[in-house]
Every structure is written in C-alpha cells, then in structure tokens.
Design a protein around this ligand. Structure first.
Ligand code: GDP
Ligand code: MG
Length: 307
C-alpha cells in the first residue's frame, strides 16, 4: 500500500512536470538573487500565474494576499514568496478536496457528463473497476447513443471490470436506455449504476435539453437520484474547462468534478482556478489511461507533486 502510494505520487509528479516547469521553475528564476518583493516582481509573477492557467481571478486573489502580507511586513523576503504561494494554493484546493463516497442509497446512481473526448467513458471504466474492487455490484448504462463506437467502448470497459452494460442500438433515445438501465438495476438489486452520456457540442441547446431529460427520468424512477452528477473536464483545455463547467452546472447542476489528462500538460494550474472559481467538490484526477491512473483528489499530494 505504501509502495503503491509512492508509485502514484511519482507518476503524479511526472505528470505535473510540465506545469511545474511553467509555474514553479519560473517562480524560482524570478526570485533567484532578489531580496525585495516590489511592484516589478509582482507584475512578473502575475504573468507567470496567468500563463499557467491559474486564471485572472484567482491570480488577483493570490497577489492581493501577497501584497497585504508585504504591506504588513509579514512577507519581506522574496524567498518566502514561493512558500506563501504554495500555502495559498493548498488552501484553495483543500476547500474542494472531497472524494466521492457512496451513501446507503441503493442503487447509488452516478450520471457522468462532459464534452466529447474529455474522458467520460474512460473515467467510468476506471470507477467501475474501483467499485467492483470494493465488492460493489455495478451496472453501466450506455446513454451516449450518438455513435456506435461509444457504446462499444463502454462495453469493453464493462468486460474488463466484469460488469454488465445496458445498451440499445446507436441512435436510440438516451432516456429510453436510462429507463431500461434503472429498471434492470432495481430488479437486480445493484449497488451502483453509472450512466454514460453524450457530450458533443456543449454549446448546442439540444445536448443540455437531452441531459435534463435524462436527469428527469433518473429522478422519476429512483427517488433521491441521481446521487452524483459527475462532470469530466480535460486539463489540456485549460481555461475553456471553466466555461464548460459553468454551462453544464447551469443546465443540470454538477455535484462533483473529475479532471483528466493532468499527465503531460502544462495547464495543470487550471485545477486551482477550477477549485477557486467553481466551488464544486473535486472528486478525481486522471493522470493516464490505466485504471490506477484515476485517483481520489488529494490537495496536499497535488501541491507537493507540483512544487
Ligand atoms: N493521458 C490521458 N488520457 C486520458 C485520460 N483520461 C482519458 N484519456 C483518453 O482520452 C481519450 C478520450 O476518452 P473518452 O473516455 O473516450 O472520452 P469521452 O468522449 O468523454 O467518453 C481516450 O483516448 C482516453 O484514453 C487521462 O487521465 N490521461
Ligand atoms: Mg464516451
């Protein structure tokens, strides 16, 4: 277990290396040999933070807090600046560190939403394997009926995890598939149901209407459900993921976020902006395509791996 944790931390560190270079290495260069924190230094710092996808709003907050400390003479050495930023980032991320816990509800219904290609189906496959490993019975519902390939992809994950996939032929009504899936889950007494959904063009009103309809069916068939509406965001899209989140949240209400593809992107700072701006629980981070590459989000590990 300790070995496994260490392995994941190393991979997280590797995955965040580009973000580390774009953010922490640049801060190191900025403060190297400097003693005083002055306006010039803060202006350069601002640029570094914004270009690492931390976002304008969060950058302003971080710098404001630095400026207040400088004025109060609580932060005088440029050396201490990095430490202060690290602490502030940890604070922001800790606020939303909140892993997904299954309640006593049975079935516990998870609706997974997000733009095409963000990693919904992959994340569902990984989650299914995790729940199975905890001894839960899991049913997957292929409500992304837009492409045949999407259904097949979910079936492959279902086979891997050893759980059944409820599907219909491609092009059928997603709500009808969800209805079937929930009926099967109830009659078989399943512990967890995970619903995959379509994600093409989040700007299209009809996608949001379709998701609302799916949610209504879930609410109607199982009181109290969906217990989780998990939004999958792709770290490589940077600031764009914030607007995606706002749109999905407005349409159906998001209760948790999974941020995928943190491996190999320089845009990892987006997680700080997501945490600060959206105030939605951070459930999982993805750092690769294997099952073990999806982990419960841990703020301290993330910040340590980043710095
Ligand atoms: N590197 C990396 N690739 C990922 C991660 N999560 C998903 N992917 C890949 O992203 C691509 C799209 O994933 P998919 O699950 O099909 O997205 P969907 O359209 O939202 O269902 C696939 O090639 C996945 O293997 C991750 O954390 N890291
Ligand atoms: Mg998919």
């Amino acid at each position: 277990m300790a070995e496994e944790k260490k392995g994941f931390f190393q991979r997280l560190k590797q995955g965040l290396f580009k973000t580390h270079q774009g953010l922490v290495s640049k801060i190191d260069q900025l403060i190297a040999g400097k003693k005083k924190i002055d306006d010039d230094l803060l202006a350069e710092l601002e640029e570094i933070l914004i270009t690492s996808d931390i976002g304008v709003k969060t950058t302003q907050e971080l710098l404001h807090n630095v400026a207040v400390k400088v004025r109060r003479k609580e932060l005088e050495d440029a050396d201490l600046l990095k430490k202060n930023l690290q602490e502030q980032m940890l604070h922001i991320l800790s606020q939303q560190e909140n892993s997904l816990k299954l309640s006593a509800a049975r079935p516990f219904v998870i609706m997974v939403i997000g733009v095409n290609g963000t990693g919904k189906t992959t994340t569902i496959g990984k989650m299914a394997q995790k729940f199975k490993a905890q001894g839960k019975s899991v049913l997957l519902v292929a409500a992304d009926t837009f492409r045949a390939a999407a259904i097949e992809q979910l079936e492959i994950w279902g086979q891997r995890a050893g759980c059944e996939v409820i599907k219909q032929k491609s092009g059928s009504d997603p709500s009808a598939v969800v209805f079937d899936g929930l009926k099967a889950a109830k009659s078989r007494g399943m512990d967890v149901v995970i619903v995959d959904t379509a994600g093409r063009l989040h700007t299209k009103v009809n996608l949001m209407e379709e998701l609302k309809k799916v949610k209504r069916i879930v609410e109607r068939e199982i009181p109290g459900a969906p217990h989780e509406i998990l939004l999958v965001l792709d770290a490589t899209t940077g600031q764009n993921s914030i607007s995606q989140a706002k749109m999905f949240n407005q349409a159906v209400g998001v209760t948790g976020i999974a941020l995928t593809k943190l491996d190999g992107t320089a845009k990892g700072g987006i997680l700080i902006a997501i945490s600060d701006e959206l105030k939605i629980p951070l459930r999982y981070i993805g750092i690769g395509e294997k099952v073990d590459d999806l982990r419960d989000f841990n703020a301290r590990d993330f910040v340590e791996a980043l710095f």
